[in-house]
Unconditional design. Structure first.
Length: 442
Protein backbone atom coordinates (compact mmCIF):
# COMPACT_ATOMS: atom_id res chain seq x y z
CA UNK A 1 0.00 0.00 0.00
CA UNK A 2 1.29 3.47 -0.86
CA UNK A 3 1.39 5.86 2.07
CA UNK A 4 -0.61 9.07 1.67
CA UNK A 5 -0.08 12.44 3.30
CA UNK A 6 -1.97 11.08 6.30
CA UNK A 7 0.87 8.72 7.09
CA UNK A 8 4.46 9.08 8.13
CA UNK A 9 6.64 6.01 7.72
CA UNK A 10 5.38 2.49 7.31
CA UNK A 11 7.16 -0.72 8.12
CA UNK A 12 6.54 -4.43 8.25
CA UNK A 13 6.42 -6.31 11.55
CA UNK A 14 5.65 -9.84 12.67
CA UNK A 15 2.07 -8.63 13.25
CA UNK A 16 1.73 -7.14 9.74
CA UNK A 17 2.16 -3.70 8.23
CA UNK A 18 2.22 -0.78 10.69
CA UNK A 19 1.38 2.82 9.81
CA UNK A 20 2.07 5.89 11.87
CA UNK A 21 -0.87 8.25 11.48
CA UNK A 22 -0.05 11.95 11.51
CA UNK A 23 -3.47 13.44 10.74
CA UNK A 24 -6.70 13.12 8.75
CA UNK A 25 -10.16 11.69 9.34
CA UNK A 26 -9.98 8.53 11.40
CA UNK A 27 -12.89 6.77 9.67
CA UNK A 28 -11.32 7.39 6.26
CA UNK A 29 -7.96 6.10 7.41
CA UNK A 30 -9.45 2.97 8.96
CA UNK A 31 -11.55 2.30 5.87
CA UNK A 32 -8.37 2.26 3.84
CA UNK A 33 -6.30 0.07 6.11
CA UNK A 34 -8.63 -2.03 8.26
CA UNK A 35 -8.45 -5.54 6.80
CA UNK A 36 -12.01 -6.41 7.94
CA UNK A 37 -13.64 -3.15 6.84
CA UNK A 38 -14.91 -4.78 3.66
CA UNK A 39 -16.01 -7.88 5.53
CA UNK A 40 -19.20 -6.42 6.99
CA UNK A 41 -22.08 -8.59 5.86
CA UNK A 42 -25.82 -8.04 5.56
CA UNK A 43 -27.92 -10.78 7.14
CA UNK A 44 -31.67 -11.16 6.74
CA UNK A 45 -33.04 -12.55 9.97
CA UNK A 46 -36.47 -13.62 8.85
CA UNK A 47 -39.17 -13.49 7.79
CA UNK A 48 -38.72 -17.28 7.88
CA UNK A 49 -36.68 -17.55 11.06
CA UNK A 50 -37.45 -19.46 14.28
CA UNK A 51 -37.44 -16.29 16.40
CA UNK A 52 -39.44 -14.09 14.01
CA UNK A 53 -42.20 -16.68 13.51
CA UNK A 54 -42.45 -16.03 9.78
CA UNK A 55 -43.90 -12.54 10.09
CA UNK A 56 -41.00 -10.18 10.96
CA UNK A 57 -37.85 -9.45 8.98
CA UNK A 58 -34.75 -7.91 10.52
CA UNK A 59 -31.99 -6.62 8.24
CA UNK A 60 -28.75 -6.75 10.22
CA UNK A 61 -25.39 -5.32 9.19
CA UNK A 62 -22.77 -7.36 11.00
CA UNK A 63 -19.10 -6.91 11.73
CA UNK A 64 -18.19 -10.32 12.97
CA UNK A 65 -20.70 -11.09 15.71
CA UNK A 66 -21.42 -7.41 16.38
CA UNK A 67 -24.54 -5.71 15.03
CA UNK A 68 -23.63 -2.36 13.46
CA UNK A 69 -27.07 -1.56 12.06
CA UNK A 70 -30.52 -3.10 12.48
CA UNK A 71 -33.71 -2.38 10.57
CA UNK A 72 -37.16 -3.87 11.05
CA UNK A 73 -39.32 -4.74 8.06
CA UNK A 74 -43.01 -5.31 8.75
CA UNK A 75 -46.15 -5.99 6.74
CA UNK A 76 -45.91 -9.75 6.29
CA UNK A 77 -49.11 -10.26 8.30
CA UNK A 78 -51.11 -7.31 6.99
CA UNK A 79 -54.85 -8.07 7.07
CA UNK A 80 -56.48 -4.70 6.34
CA UNK A 81 -58.64 -4.96 9.44
CA UNK A 82 -58.89 -1.20 10.00
CA UNK A 83 -60.06 -0.69 6.40
CA UNK A 84 -62.52 -3.57 6.64
CA UNK A 85 -64.19 -1.90 9.62
CA UNK A 86 -65.41 0.85 7.30
CA UNK A 87 -67.56 -1.71 5.47
CA UNK A 88 -69.20 -3.34 8.49
CA UNK A 89 -71.62 -2.00 11.07
CA UNK A 90 -70.43 -0.91 14.49
CA UNK A 91 -71.20 -4.20 16.25
CA UNK A 92 -69.62 -6.32 13.52
CA UNK A 93 -66.41 -4.39 14.15
CA UNK A 94 -65.88 -6.45 17.30
CA UNK A 95 -65.44 -9.56 15.15
CA UNK A 96 -62.63 -7.87 13.21
CA UNK A 97 -60.65 -6.07 15.93
CA UNK A 98 -60.45 -9.18 18.10
CA UNK A 99 -58.20 -10.72 15.42
CA UNK A 100 -55.51 -8.02 15.49
CA UNK A 101 -53.36 -8.80 18.54
CA UNK A 102 -54.46 -12.43 18.66
CA UNK A 103 -52.83 -12.97 22.06
CA UNK A 104 -54.90 -10.16 23.63
CA UNK A 105 -58.29 -10.29 21.87
CA UNK A 106 -60.29 -9.14 24.90
CA UNK A 107 -58.27 -5.92 25.05
CA UNK A 108 -58.85 -5.18 21.37
CA UNK A 109 -62.58 -5.66 21.86
CA UNK A 110 -62.79 -3.64 25.08
CA UNK A 111 -60.91 -0.63 23.70
CA UNK A 112 -63.15 -0.64 20.62
CA UNK A 113 -66.34 -0.98 22.69
CA UNK A 114 -65.29 1.86 25.02
CA UNK A 115 -64.67 4.12 22.00
CA UNK A 116 -68.06 3.34 20.43
CA UNK A 117 -69.80 3.85 23.78
CA UNK A 118 -68.10 7.21 24.19
CA UNK A 119 -69.34 8.26 20.75
CA UNK A 120 -72.85 7.09 21.68
CA UNK A 121 -72.68 8.91 25.02
CA UNK A 122 -73.61 5.78 26.99
CA UNK A 123 -70.38 5.26 28.96
CA UNK A 124 -72.16 5.76 32.27
CA UNK A 125 -75.03 3.45 31.25
CA UNK A 126 -72.91 0.28 31.06
CA UNK A 127 -74.07 -2.03 33.82
CA UNK A 128 -71.89 -2.79 36.82
CA UNK A 129 -71.88 -6.50 36.07
CA UNK A 130 -70.79 -5.93 32.45
CA UNK A 131 -67.95 -3.65 33.56
CA UNK A 132 -66.80 -6.14 36.19
CA UNK A 133 -66.87 -8.97 33.66
CA UNK A 134 -64.72 -6.86 31.32
CA UNK A 135 -62.10 -6.37 34.04
CA UNK A 136 -62.24 -10.08 34.89
CA UNK A 137 -61.74 -11.11 31.26
CA UNK A 138 -59.00 -8.57 30.57
CA UNK A 139 -56.91 -9.62 33.55
CA UNK A 140 -57.25 -13.31 32.69
CA UNK A 141 -56.21 -12.39 29.15
CA UNK A 142 -53.22 -10.43 30.49
CA UNK A 143 -52.06 -13.53 32.35
CA UNK A 144 -52.45 -15.76 29.28
CA UNK A 145 -50.57 -13.24 27.12
CA UNK A 146 -47.67 -12.98 29.55
CA UNK A 147 -47.54 -16.78 29.74
CA UNK A 148 -47.10 -16.96 25.97
CA UNK A 149 -44.33 -14.36 26.23
CA UNK A 150 -42.57 -16.39 28.92
CA UNK A 151 -42.98 -19.62 26.96
CA UNK A 152 -41.76 -18.33 23.60
CA UNK A 153 -38.91 -16.24 25.04
CA UNK A 154 -37.71 -19.24 26.99
CA UNK A 155 -37.79 -21.36 23.83
CA UNK A 156 -35.85 -18.75 21.83
CA UNK A 157 -33.14 -18.64 24.50
CA UNK A 158 -32.92 -22.42 24.77
CA UNK A 159 -35.14 -23.09 27.80
CA UNK A 160 -37.44 -25.68 26.24
CA UNK A 161 -39.15 -26.79 29.47
CA UNK A 162 -40.60 -23.36 30.25
CA UNK A 163 -42.14 -23.28 26.78
CA UNK A 164 -44.12 -26.41 27.58
CA UNK A 165 -45.16 -25.21 31.03
CA UNK A 166 -46.18 -21.72 29.89
CA UNK A 167 -48.49 -23.07 27.21
CA UNK A 168 -49.86 -25.67 29.61
CA UNK A 169 -51.13 -23.02 32.03
CA UNK A 170 -52.37 -20.85 29.18
CA UNK A 171 -54.55 -23.74 28.04
CA UNK A 172 -56.38 -23.56 31.35
CA UNK A 173 -57.28 -19.92 30.71
CA UNK A 174 -58.36 -20.66 27.16
CA UNK A 175 -60.67 -23.35 28.53
CA UNK A 176 -62.21 -20.71 30.80
CA UNK A 177 -62.67 -18.38 27.82
CA UNK A 178 -64.33 -21.16 25.85
CA UNK A 179 -66.73 -21.82 28.73
CA UNK A 180 -67.70 -18.13 28.87
CA UNK A 181 -67.64 -17.06 25.21
CA UNK A 182 -67.84 -20.30 23.24
CA UNK A 183 -64.39 -19.70 21.70
CA UNK A 184 -60.80 -20.07 22.84
CA UNK A 185 -59.60 -17.03 20.86
CA UNK A 186 -61.06 -14.22 18.72
CA UNK A 187 -64.17 -14.08 20.86
CA UNK A 188 -66.11 -10.95 19.79
CA UNK A 189 -67.38 -11.16 23.38
CA UNK A 190 -67.03 -7.54 24.54
CA UNK A 191 -69.43 -5.49 22.42
CA UNK A 192 -70.68 -1.90 22.42
CA UNK A 193 -73.17 -1.74 25.29
CA UNK A 194 -71.82 -4.60 27.38
CA UNK A 195 -70.83 -8.21 26.75
CA UNK A 196 -72.37 -10.86 24.51
CA UNK A 197 -73.60 -13.11 27.31
CA UNK A 198 -73.30 -13.66 31.04
CA UNK A 199 -70.59 -15.63 32.83
CA UNK A 200 -71.92 -19.09 33.76
CA UNK A 201 -71.42 -20.55 37.24
CA UNK A 202 -69.25 -23.29 35.75
CA UNK A 203 -66.71 -20.67 34.65
CA UNK A 204 -66.59 -19.10 38.11
CA UNK A 205 -65.60 -22.47 39.55
CA UNK A 206 -62.85 -22.89 36.94
CA UNK A 207 -61.48 -19.41 37.60
CA UNK A 208 -61.27 -20.03 41.35
CA UNK A 209 -59.47 -23.32 40.70
CA UNK A 210 -57.02 -21.47 38.46
CA UNK A 211 -56.34 -18.84 41.13
CA UNK A 212 -55.62 -21.59 43.62
CA UNK A 213 -53.27 -23.45 41.28
CA UNK A 214 -51.34 -20.63 39.61
CA UNK A 215 -49.16 -19.27 42.49
CA UNK A 216 -47.44 -22.63 42.78
CA UNK A 217 -46.77 -22.67 39.03
CA UNK A 218 -45.23 -19.19 39.15
CA UNK A 219 -42.89 -20.36 41.89
CA UNK A 220 -41.88 -23.27 39.66
CA UNK A 221 -41.11 -20.89 36.80
CA UNK A 222 -38.87 -18.81 39.05
CA UNK A 223 -37.11 -21.89 40.43
CA UNK A 224 -36.52 -23.03 36.86
CA UNK A 225 -35.20 -19.74 35.45
CA UNK A 226 -34.25 -17.09 37.99
CA UNK A 227 -31.30 -19.01 39.46
CA UNK A 228 -30.24 -20.60 36.19
CA UNK A 229 -26.81 -19.22 35.14
CA UNK A 230 -27.45 -19.46 31.39
CA UNK A 231 -30.77 -17.61 31.73
CA UNK A 232 -29.22 -14.82 33.79
CA UNK A 233 -26.24 -14.52 31.41
CA UNK A 234 -28.61 -14.19 28.43
CA UNK A 235 -30.86 -11.60 30.11
CA UNK A 236 -28.96 -9.46 32.65
CA UNK A 237 -27.48 -6.34 31.08
CA UNK A 238 -28.76 -7.39 27.64
CA UNK A 239 -30.74 -5.11 25.26
CA UNK A 240 -30.74 -2.21 27.69
CA UNK A 241 -33.11 0.69 27.02
CA UNK A 242 -33.29 3.29 29.77
CA UNK A 243 -36.32 5.40 30.65
CA UNK A 244 -35.12 8.35 28.55
CA UNK A 245 -34.95 6.14 25.47
CA UNK A 246 -38.36 4.64 26.20
CA UNK A 247 -40.03 8.03 26.54
CA UNK A 248 -38.28 9.38 23.43
CA UNK A 249 -39.54 6.43 21.36
CA UNK A 250 -43.04 6.30 22.86
CA UNK A 251 -42.43 2.90 24.43
CA UNK A 252 -45.07 1.80 26.95
CA UNK A 253 -46.07 -1.27 28.93
CA UNK A 254 -43.70 -3.68 30.71
CA UNK A 255 -40.72 -2.41 28.68
CA UNK A 256 -41.22 1.12 30.05
CA UNK A 257 -41.93 -0.11 33.58
CA UNK A 258 -38.80 -2.30 33.52
CA UNK A 259 -36.83 0.94 33.01
CA UNK A 260 -38.21 2.33 36.26
CA UNK A 261 -41.24 4.43 35.26
CA UNK A 262 -44.50 3.26 36.89
CA UNK A 263 -46.74 4.35 34.00
CA UNK A 264 -49.84 2.17 33.84
CA UNK A 265 -53.08 3.54 32.37
CA UNK A 266 -55.10 1.54 34.87
CA UNK A 267 -53.61 3.84 37.53
CA UNK A 268 -52.77 7.05 35.67
CA UNK A 269 -55.90 7.27 33.45
CA UNK A 270 -58.36 4.76 34.97
CA UNK A 271 -61.19 3.15 33.01
CA UNK A 272 -63.70 0.35 33.75
CA UNK A 273 -63.52 1.27 37.44
CA UNK A 274 -59.86 0.26 37.89
CA UNK A 275 -59.44 3.13 40.35
CA UNK A 276 -61.58 1.15 42.80
CA UNK A 277 -59.35 -1.96 42.70
CA UNK A 278 -56.32 -2.66 44.87
CA UNK A 279 -53.19 -3.52 42.89
CA UNK A 280 -49.58 -2.41 42.46
CA UNK A 281 -47.60 -1.37 39.37
CA UNK A 282 -44.37 -3.44 39.31
CA UNK A 283 -41.18 -1.71 38.11
CA UNK A 284 -37.49 -2.52 37.75
CA UNK A 285 -34.60 -0.06 37.46
CA UNK A 286 -32.25 -1.72 34.97
CA UNK A 287 -34.20 -1.60 31.70
CA UNK A 288 -32.82 -4.92 30.42
CA UNK A 289 -34.28 -8.29 29.40
CA UNK A 290 -33.97 -9.52 32.99
CA UNK A 291 -36.01 -6.57 34.24
CA UNK A 292 -38.75 -7.20 31.69
CA UNK A 293 -38.89 -10.83 32.78
CA UNK A 294 -39.31 -9.86 36.45
CA UNK A 295 -41.91 -7.18 35.68
CA UNK A 296 -44.08 -9.55 33.66
CA UNK A 297 -43.98 -12.24 36.35
CA UNK A 298 -44.97 -9.63 38.92
CA UNK A 299 -47.79 -8.41 36.66
CA UNK A 300 -49.20 -11.94 36.51
CA UNK A 301 -49.45 -11.90 40.30
CA UNK A 302 -51.13 -8.46 40.28
CA UNK A 303 -53.61 -9.64 37.64
CA UNK A 304 -54.49 -12.61 39.82
CA UNK A 305 -55.32 -10.17 42.64
CA UNK A 306 -57.54 -8.20 40.27
CA UNK A 307 -59.32 -11.34 39.05
CA UNK A 308 -60.08 -12.34 42.63
CA UNK A 309 -61.46 -8.87 43.42
CA UNK A 310 -63.60 -8.94 40.26
CA UNK A 311 -65.05 -12.33 41.22
CA UNK A 312 -66.00 -10.98 44.64
CA UNK A 313 -67.73 -8.00 43.00
CA UNK A 314 -69.90 -9.96 40.58
CA UNK A 315 -73.47 -9.13 41.51
CA UNK A 316 -76.60 -10.38 39.70
CA UNK A 317 -77.75 -8.05 36.97
CA UNK A 318 -77.93 -7.43 33.22
CA UNK A 319 -74.83 -7.56 31.04
CA UNK A 320 -76.11 -5.22 28.30
CA UNK A 321 -77.44 -1.66 28.32
CA UNK A 322 -81.19 -1.25 28.69
CA UNK A 323 -81.61 0.74 25.44
CA UNK A 324 -83.05 -1.84 23.05
CA UNK A 325 -82.05 0.30 20.06
CA UNK A 326 -78.41 -0.35 20.95
CA UNK A 327 -78.42 -3.59 22.93
CA UNK A 328 -77.30 -6.40 20.67
CA UNK A 329 -79.40 -9.53 21.25
CA UNK A 330 -77.32 -11.31 23.85
CA UNK A 331 -79.64 -14.04 25.13
CA UNK A 332 -77.93 -16.77 23.15
CA UNK A 333 -78.74 -20.45 23.30
CA UNK A 334 -76.93 -23.24 21.48
CA UNK A 335 -78.83 -25.63 19.25
CA UNK A 336 -78.69 -29.41 19.48
CA UNK A 337 -76.03 -29.45 16.73
CA UNK A 338 -73.76 -27.32 18.91
CA UNK A 339 -74.05 -24.38 16.55
CA UNK A 340 -76.21 -21.30 16.13
CA UNK A 341 -79.25 -20.52 18.22
CA UNK A 342 -81.63 -23.16 19.48
CA UNK A 343 -85.01 -23.49 17.79
CA UNK A 344 -86.65 -22.54 21.08
CA UNK A 345 -84.81 -19.21 21.12
CA UNK A 346 -85.68 -18.50 17.48
CA UNK A 347 -89.33 -19.37 18.21
CA UNK A 348 -89.31 -16.98 21.15
CA UNK A 349 -88.13 -14.13 18.92
CA UNK A 350 -90.66 -15.02 16.21
CA UNK A 351 -93.44 -15.29 18.78
CA UNK A 352 -93.08 -11.70 19.93
CA UNK A 353 -94.74 -8.74 18.23
CA UNK A 354 -94.10 -8.00 14.56
CA UNK A 355 -92.51 -4.69 15.57
CA UNK A 356 -90.10 -6.55 17.84
CA UNK A 357 -89.18 -8.95 15.05
CA UNK A 358 -88.59 -6.08 12.60
CA UNK A 359 -86.45 -4.25 15.13
CA UNK A 360 -84.43 -7.39 15.80
CA UNK A 361 -83.88 -7.87 12.06
CA UNK A 362 -82.81 -4.26 11.49
CA UNK A 363 -80.49 -4.23 14.49
CA UNK A 364 -78.69 -7.36 13.32
CA UNK A 365 -78.50 -6.53 9.61
CA UNK A 366 -78.15 -2.74 9.58
CA UNK A 367 -76.95 -1.90 13.07
CA UNK A 368 -77.48 1.26 15.10
CA UNK A 369 -76.52 4.81 14.16
CA UNK A 370 -73.70 6.56 16.00
CA UNK A 371 -73.74 10.38 16.28
CA UNK A 372 -71.06 12.24 14.29
CA UNK A 373 -67.82 12.87 16.12
CA UNK A 374 -64.42 11.44 16.95
CA UNK A 375 -62.90 10.07 20.14
CA UNK A 376 -59.64 8.56 21.38
CA UNK A 377 -59.78 5.92 24.09
CA UNK A 378 -56.70 4.17 25.52
CA UNK A 379 -56.35 1.15 27.80
CA UNK A 380 -53.41 -0.75 29.30
CA UNK A 381 -52.92 -3.87 27.19
CA UNK A 382 -50.29 -6.55 27.94
CA UNK A 383 -47.80 -4.82 25.60
CA UNK A 384 -48.57 -1.22 26.55
CA UNK A 385 -50.96 1.57 25.60
CA UNK A 386 -53.63 0.32 23.22
CA UNK A 387 -55.51 3.30 21.85
CA UNK A 388 -58.52 3.57 19.54
CA UNK A 389 -59.23 6.64 17.43
CA UNK A 390 -62.80 6.20 16.18
CA UNK A 391 -64.55 8.60 13.80
CA UNK A 392 -68.27 8.55 12.99
CA UNK A 393 -70.11 10.43 10.25
CA UNK A 394 -73.48 9.65 11.80
CA UNK A 395 -74.06 6.39 9.96
CA UNK A 396 -74.32 2.75 10.92
CA UNK A 397 -70.69 2.06 9.97
CA UNK A 398 -67.42 3.61 11.19
CA UNK A 399 -65.99 6.36 9.00
CA UNK A 400 -62.53 5.51 10.33
CA UNK A 401 -61.07 3.40 13.14
CA UNK A 402 -57.35 3.54 13.79
CA UNK A 403 -55.48 1.67 16.52
CA UNK A 404 -52.45 2.95 18.39
CA UNK A 405 -50.96 -0.52 18.68
CA UNK A 406 -48.18 -1.02 21.26
CA UNK A 407 -46.47 -3.79 19.25
CA UNK A 408 -46.05 -1.40 16.32
CA UNK A 409 -44.71 1.45 18.45
CA UNK A 410 -42.49 -0.70 20.68
CA UNK A 411 -40.85 -2.44 17.72
CA UNK A 412 -38.95 0.74 16.82
CA UNK A 413 -36.90 0.21 20.00
CA UNK A 414 -35.20 -2.85 18.51
CA UNK A 415 -32.38 -0.98 16.69
CA UNK A 416 -31.67 1.03 19.85
CA UNK A 417 -31.36 -2.21 21.79
CA UNK A 418 -29.49 -4.25 19.17
CA UNK A 419 -26.93 -1.95 17.56
CA UNK A 420 -23.52 -2.36 19.14
CA UNK A 421 -24.48 -5.68 20.72
CA UNK A 422 -24.05 -9.28 19.67
CA UNK A 423 -26.26 -10.96 17.10
CA UNK A 424 -27.35 -13.50 19.73
CA UNK A 425 -28.70 -10.64 21.84
CA UNK A 426 -30.95 -9.49 19.00
CA UNK A 427 -33.06 -12.56 19.73
CA UNK A 428 -33.28 -11.80 23.46
CA UNK A 429 -33.95 -8.09 22.93
CA UNK A 430 -36.60 -8.62 20.28
CA UNK A 431 -38.35 -11.27 22.34
CA UNK A 432 -38.34 -9.00 25.42
CA UNK A 433 -40.41 -6.45 23.47
CA UNK A 434 -43.12 -9.10 23.07
CA UNK A 435 -44.29 -7.87 19.65
CA UNK A 436 -47.37 -9.53 18.15
CA UNK A 437 -47.28 -8.92 14.42
CA UNK A 438 -51.03 -9.33 13.98
CA UNK A 439 -51.41 -6.17 16.01
CA UNK A 440 -48.42 -4.49 14.40
CA UNK A 441 -49.64 -4.98 10.81
CA UNK A 442 -53.45 -5.22 11.28
Amino acid sequence: MTATSNYASEHETDEGRVFTVTGGDWDTIVAGTDPINDERIIVNMGPQHPSTHGVLRLILELEGETVREARSVIGYLHTGIEKNLEYRNWVQGSTFVTRMDYLAPIFNETAYALAVEKLLGITDDITERATTIRVLMMELNRISSHLVWLATTGMELGAISIMLYGFREREYILDIFETITGLRMNHAYVRPGGVAQDVPDEAIVKIREFLKMMPKKLKEYEDLLSGQPIWTERTKGVAVLDVTGCVALGITGPVLRSAGLAWDLRKTMPYCGYETYEFDVPTHPDGDVWGRYLVRLAEIRESMKLVEQALDRLRPGPVMVADRKIAWPAQLAIGVDGMGNSLEHVAKIMGQSMESLIHHFKLVTEGFRVPPGQVYVAIEAPRGELGVHAVSDGGTRPYRVHYREPSFVNLQALPAMAEGGLIADVIAGGASLDPVMGGCDR
